[in-house]
Write a protein that binds this ligand. Structure first.
Ligand SMILES: Nc1ncnc2c1ncn2[C@@H]1O[C@H](COP(=O)(O)OP(=O)(O)OP(=O)(O)O)[C@@H](O)[C@H]1O
Length: 374
């Protein structure tokens, strides 16, 4: 039997336990394509007067999917004799998953997701900020680190005007915007000062921003990387435990060439690529709604096929995306029920689910064992 007997409360016979297990194997999560049993999502079952109460701990943030999961579960379980109704109590339970070998996990951050692009200006920061907001809306505790040291844009996109505060003179409190915990070099410098830094300083700054911020129990930290494959990427690979990277590209050849270099770099340093997002995929005219593939079509999708990584989705070139990011309230928060917000949410679900089914990282769960020779 796939789920432990201990999950079943009083009143559930062994025959019924088997029937329930079989039915759970038929309830397939639409995003991960795994059954609730494979996801080990059901943590408790109680039968009271033919009503089955289920406690479901989803391994990724997907609050908007809970009603459909409950419907599906109820449909399957009510086919069992003795069960007339099903009631679910959902929660989000995200754990730490494996990162590259030899890099220690960080105490207050369960999973780090790097958002990268080969070329500049393809919409990486816009995508990172909307994905962070979508993950947060869906039930995760999310942080966003603007590591785009040469062009930090996250403070503008989240309308952050404050400077980070310190309580002990050694570490910084993250800034809070729309419930996200945020840190950015942009919040520490004046808006129009140019960043002319050399490699070692860049490396040190990224490490400091990450390690000297008092992140509070994050399920995910999204790192918005600078474009390309330079010093920041190298630091990330060598010093920071990254669960997976997401590559943002536009469909045209000139952007894809650099995106491919980025993908190869992550493969080389053993950071799994969670997938590719195609931004500015088609242009939607704000007057007539006409859709046109001005940068060519399916470039990101074809790249994903060529390199056998997942294609996470395409976002249109839409003036609302730019206007809302510029005004400090990105689309996922400004227009949460729009088609575009739904697209970001779907990509966030896929990223969460892909991480959720990865191998767990147990390193932080065990105490350090010291052997003394006396
Ligand atoms: N899908 C989109 N539709 C319309 N405008 C977009 C879209 N994505 C991004 N933009 C706009 O394009 C510009 C560049 O976006 P962004 O700063 O996110 O790119 P980037 O790849 O992070 O750039 P950089 O290389 O400077 O870090 C911004 O003005 C942003 O609002």
């Amino acid at each position: 039997m796939g789920i432990l007997n201990a999950l079943f409360g009083n009143g559930i016979s062994e025959v019924m336990q088997q029937q329930i297990s079989d039915k759970l194997a038929l309830c397939i999560d639409s995003i991960s394509q795994q059954s609730l049993q494979e996801l080990k999502a059901v943590s408790e079952l109680q039968l009271k007067k033919s009503k089955l109460n289920c406690r479901i701990d989803m391994p990724y943030a997907c609050k908007t999917l809970w009603p459909s999961i409950e419907q599906n579960l109820s449909h399957e379980l009510c086919q069992i004799d003795g069960i007339d109704a099903v009631q679910c109590e959902f929660s989000t339970k995200i754990v730490a998953h494996d990162a590259q070998k030899g890099v220690n996990p960080l105490e207050n951050i369960k999973n780090i997701i790097a958002v990268a692009s080969g070329k500049g200006g393809v919409g990486k920061s816009t995508t990172a900020v909307n994905l962070a907001l979508a993950l947060q809306q869906e039930g995760a505790n999310v942080g966003l680190l603007d590591a785009d040291i040469y062009g930090p844009s996250i403070p503008t996109m989240l309308n952050i005007k404050d400077k980070p505060q310190t309580n002990d003179g050694k570490s910084m409190q993250p800034l809070i915007a729309y419930g996200l915990q945020v840190m950015s070099i942009g919040a520490l410098i004046e808006e129009d000062s140019p960043m002319i830094w050399r490699g070692p300083i860049v490396t040190q700054t990224l490490s400091q921003l990450l390690k000297e911020t008092n992140w509070d129990n994050l399920d995910y930290l999204i790192i918005d990387l600078p474009p390309g494959t330079g010093d920041v990427q190298l630091t990330l690979a060598q010093q920071i435990p990254v669960t997976g990277a997401v590559i943002v590209t536009t469909p045209q050849q000139i952007s894809l060439i650099d995106a491919k270099k980025g993908l190869k770099m992550f493969e080389k340093v053993e950071i799994p690529v969670l997938g590719i997002i195609e931004n500015m995929s088609t242009h939607i005219c704000s007057n007539c709604g006409h859709e046109e593939a001005i940068f060519g079509s399916h470039g990101g999708e074809n790249m994903a096929k060529q390199y056998q990584v997942d294609f996470l989705g395409a976002l249109p070139l839409e003036s609302r995306i730019r206007a809302e990011a510029d005004s400090g309230k990105p689309t996922v928060t400004a227009e949460p029920s729009s088609d575009i917000a739904q697209k970001y949410r779907h990509i966030a679900h896929q990223i969460g689910a892909k991480i959720g089914i990865k191998k767990r990282n147990y390193a932080n769960l065990f105490p350090n064992i010291v052997i003394e020779n006396k």
